[in-house]
Design a protein around this ligand. Structure first.
Ligand SMILES: *[C@@H]1O[C@H](CO)[C@@H](O)[C@H](O)[C@H]1NC(C)=O
Ligand SMILES: *[C@@H]1O[C@H](CO)[C@@H](O)[C@H](O)[C@H]1NC(C)=O
Ligand SMILES: *[C@@H]1O[C@H](CO)[C@@H](O)[C@H](O)[C@H]1NC(C)=O
Ligand SMILES: *[C@@H]1O[C@H](CO)[C@@H](O)[C@H](O)[C@H]1NC(C)=O
Length: 378
């Protein structure tokens, strides 16, 4: 018993010491702003491999401090405009506000489009959705129910895996009352049709799960890197192979009304792929709006879970994988008019016995199944 207690206490001490990088002896002084920033995000920095390697390297830290000052100045100007009511959202510094462009790119290169063989063409899917009745004016939809807190992809460009898994977890909880935390790392290590920390596409990852199943994060936890080998062997599946039978992917081409109808009918969130830029990384509260942001150049997968209208007009509700520090507890509102392409793509899995016979989606699935060989269903 004593031994155990001691061991825990040793662990604690070594954790404490290794965590306080900014307090460790250096031959140079950090500027106060940057030092305060590091103190605020000390815990986060501990997990950042570049920082852990370089916390005594003056060139490195000066470079970081410069990045931080640049972003901080941008945010200051922006927030003055916010107070004057000239912009609809405020910004704040984030644990990664001192990263250079190369490192930031890692968080933004996560969505890479893939070829998509499918039974129904995009035009057919869009035609079906357009045929659904119009939504009543001022319809509000909030499908933002998730069993787990907003996660943090850290320095690995695997937003595609985080977004995919959040949507499946939400569907399992809301339709079957199953609360589980699925393994993102399995997708990063084992899904060879995607590129781990260098990006991937959600529909492709649904296909991986369809063939291989998926275990939980308890067995296969997140490592913030692609490991050399897939370590799935021996872990119990939470999603068995063939549990996911189909993937729906619709490209809306600016038709936001159709996207709203889909979200209204699914009664669950869907995966999206949008364009995220550096400014987006420090969004805090309000409504993100940017008319110059490209609508057809996706680099980041997120979760779309609702929409509505308030005094500023129509908005979309988005959940990200940049930790609860980002936005409002990890969520953000985006202005309608397809800001940054948030309403360009919707991706969604069909899960046996969970949502396959969902009457709200029935029409799409029925047609797709009819045209398909039904090997998974019979
Ligand atoms: C210190 O950091 C700079 C800039 O990141 C890097 O080029 C250099 O190699 C580093 N020096 C050492 C000794 O690690
Ligand atoms: C819904 O909004 C449209 C456009 O603003 C308007 O023409 C229409 O009358 C509204 N319908 C109802 C039932 O309020
Ligand atoms: C919608 O976005 C386009 C392109 O970004 C822009 O030209 C147009 O003015 C926007 N429309 C509205 C109503 O904001
Ligand atoms: C708007 O989007 C463009 C293109 O991604 C980007 O360069 C710019 O920094 C963004 N501005 C703001 C204020 O978000």
């Amino acid at each position: 018993m004593k031994f155990v207690a001691c061991f825990i206490c040793l662990l604690f001490i070594s954790y404490g010491e290794s965590g306080k990088y900014y307090l460790q002896p250096r031959t140079f002084k950090l500027n106060n702003d940057y030092r305060e920033f590091l103190e605020e995000y000390e815990k986060y920095k501990m997990y950042e491999p570049d920082y852990a390697k370089n916390y005594k390297n003056e060139t490195f830290l000066k470079h970081r401090a410069l990045q931080f000052e640049r972003i901080k100045a941008q945010i200051k100007t922006h927030n003055e405009n916010y107070k004057l009511g000239l912009v609809d959202y405020s910004r704040k510094t984030m644990p990664y506000s001192d990263w250079g462009p190369e490192l930031k790119h890692k968080r933004l290169c996560g969505a890479r489009m893939k070829a998509k063989p499918r039974a129904l063409s995009n035009a057919q899917l869009l035609r079906i959705i357009k045929g659904w009745p119009k939504l009543p004016n001022n319809t509000q939809v909030n499908n933002c129910q998730f069993p787990n807190p907003v996660r943090d992809q850290q320095t690995c460009g695997c937003c595609w895996a985080f977004a995919t898994i959040s949507v499946i977890e939400s569907i399992l909880m809301t339709k079957k009352n199953i609360k589980t935390e699925l393994s993102v790392q399995q997708l990063v290590d084992c899904d060879d049709a995607d590129e781990g920390c260098d990006g991937g596409w959600p529909t492709t990852s649904f296909r991986y799960m369809q063939v291989n199943g998926l275990t939980s994060s308890k067995f296969y936890p997140y490592k913030n890197m692609k490991q050399q080998a897939c370590r799935k062997a021996g872990h119990r599946n939470v999603l068995p192979p063939q549990f996911i039978v189909k993937q729906i992917e619709v490209e809306f081409k600016g038709d936001e009304e159709s996207f709203r109808k889909l979200l209204y009918r699914t009664r669950s969130p869907v995966v999206i792929a949008a364009h995220a830029n550096e400014a987006f990384m420090s969004v805090y509260t309000g409504r993100y709006k940017n008319e110059t942001c490209p609508k057809n150049d996706p680099n980041h997968a997120m979760v779309m879970c609702g929409f509505g209208t308030d005094k500023f007009g129509d908005y979309w509700l988005i959940r990200n994988s940049w930790s609860p520090n980002w936005g409002e507890n990890g969520f953000i509102k985006m202005a309608a008019n397809n800001t940054c392409g948030v309403a360009s793509f919707a991706m969604y899995p069909v899960i046996v016995g969970v949502n396959e016979l969902d009457p709200f989606l029935g029409e799409i699935f029925e047609k797709q199944f009819r045209d398909d060989n039904r090997r998974y269903r019979d």
